[in-house]
Design a protein around this ligand. Structure first.
Ligand code: GUN
Length: 297
C-alpha cells in the first residue's frame, strides 16, 4: 500500500506557482489577486478560508478577505459580488459555501462573472468542463486528478466508483474521471443515498472516490484488493483527544481499508491540500487575462 501524500504534492506545486509568480513580478506584471468572501462564523468555513488566504501569501499572491455577519441580506451579498466582478484589481474570487439558508447559493454562484470564478462553480465553467473545453476546473476534483497524475496511477479503462453526487465534488469528479485521455478514460458509476447494493458496486471498483460526507462510510468489506481509494470526506467529528475539540474525519475507515489498497489518500493531508492548490492554479490563470478561459465569449 502506498500513501498518497497530498501535502507533499501540494507543497511542490506551490513552489512551482511561487516561481512563476516571482517571474511575473520580475517582468513588471500584475501580482495575481484572490478575494474570498466569508459569511458568518462556521468553524469549518473559517478554517478553509484562513488556509486559502495563507496559501496565497505563501506563493506571493495578493489576497483580500471580505467578511459578513450571517444576517447579511442576499441583496448585500449580490452587491458585493457585483463590486468584485467589476474590480479590475481582483483577478478571481470565491464566496465560501455553505451560505445561510436565507441566501440562494445558486443565485450568488450565477452572479459571479465566470471569468473570475476560480472555484469553477459557475454554470458556464461546469458546462465547459462537461464538454472538455478550457475552463476553471472545480477545485477538489481537479486536485484529485492532479494527484492521480503525479503518482502516475493508471485510470484508462478502469472501473471508477464515485460516492456522492454533489455539485462541487461528486458530479464534476465523475465528469473528469470519464473525460477522454489521461487522467480519465474511466468507466464511471456514481452512487448516492438512494443507490441499492452500494457494497457490491464498490467491490467492483478499481478506483473509489468517497465524497459523501459520512464519516468512515467505506469499510474494508466494500473494497477490492489492490483498489485505489481517494477520500474527500472532511467531517469535523467531536474529539476529546485534540486541542481544537474535533477531529477531521474522512469518509473511509482508513485503518481497515488501507491494507487492501494499492494507493490511498489520508485525511487530513490527502485531497484537502490539493483543493487549495487548484484554487491557486485557477487564480494564476485568471491573472493571465488573455487565456482562453477568461476571454469573453
Ligand atoms: N465549501 C466547501 N468547499 C468549498 C470550495 O471549494 N469553495 C467554496 N467557495 N466553498 C466551499
Amino acid at each position: 500500500m502506498q500513501l498518497i501524500d497530498g501535502k507533499a504534492v501540494a507543497a511542490q506545486i506551490k513552489k512551482e506557482i511561487a516561481e512563476e509568480v516571482a517571474l511575473i513580478k520580475a517582468k513588471g506584471g500584475k501580482t495575481p489577486h484572490l478575494a474570498a468572501v466569508l459569511v458568518g462564523h462556521d468553524g469549518g468555513s473559517e478554517t478553509y478560508v484562513a488556509n486559502k488566504v495563507r496559501a496565497c501569501e505563501e506563493v506571493g499572491f495578493r489576497s483580500t478577505l471580505i467578511r459578513y455577519e450571517s444576517d447579511v441580506t442576499e441583496e448585500e451579498l449580490l452587491a458585493c459580488v457585483d463590486r468584485l466582478n467589476n474590480d479590475d484589481d481582483v483577478d478571481g474570487f470565491i464566496v465560501q459555501l455553505p451560505l445561510p439558508g436565507h441566501i440562494s447559493e445558486e443565485k450568488v454562484t450565477e452572479a459571479i462573472d465566470y471569468r473570475k470564478d476560480v472555484d469553477g462553480f459557475h454554470p458556464v465553467n461546469v458546462g465547459r468542463m462537461a464538454i472538455g473545453l478550457p475552463c476553471f476546473l472545480s477545485a477538489t476534483p481537479s486536485g484529485i486528478m492532479e494527484l492521480l497524475k503525479r503518482y502516475e496511477i493508471e485510470t484508462r479503462g478502469k472501473q471508477c466508483v464515485i460516492l456522492g453526487r454533489s455539485n462541487i465534488v461528486g458530479k464534476p469528479a465523475a465528469l473528469l474521471m470519464m473525460q477522454k485521455g489521461y487522467p480519465g478514460d474511466c468507466t464511471v458509476t456514481v452512487c448516492h443515498s438512494r443507490t441499492k447494493n452500494i457494497k457490491e458496486i464498490c467491490r467492483q471498483a478499481d478506483i473509489i472516490v468517497a465524497a459523501l460526507g459520512v464519516p468512515e462510510f467505506l469499510k474494508a468489506d466494500m473494497v477490492k484488493e489492490g483498489a485505489v481509494v481517494i477520500d474527500v470526506g472532511t467531517t469535523r467529528v467531536p474529539s476529546d483527544k485534540t486541542k481544537s475539540g474535533f477531529k477531521l474525519t474522512g469518509d473511509v475507515a482508513f485503518d481497515e481499508v488501507a491494507p487492501k489498497c494499492s494507493y490511498i489518500t489520508p485525511v487530513p493531508g490527502g485531497v484537502g491540500p490539493m483543493t487549495i492548490v487548484s484554487l491557486l492554479k485557477n487564480t494564476l490563470l485568471a491573472g493571465k487575462k488573455n487565456d482562453l478561459v477568461t476571454k469573453k465569449t
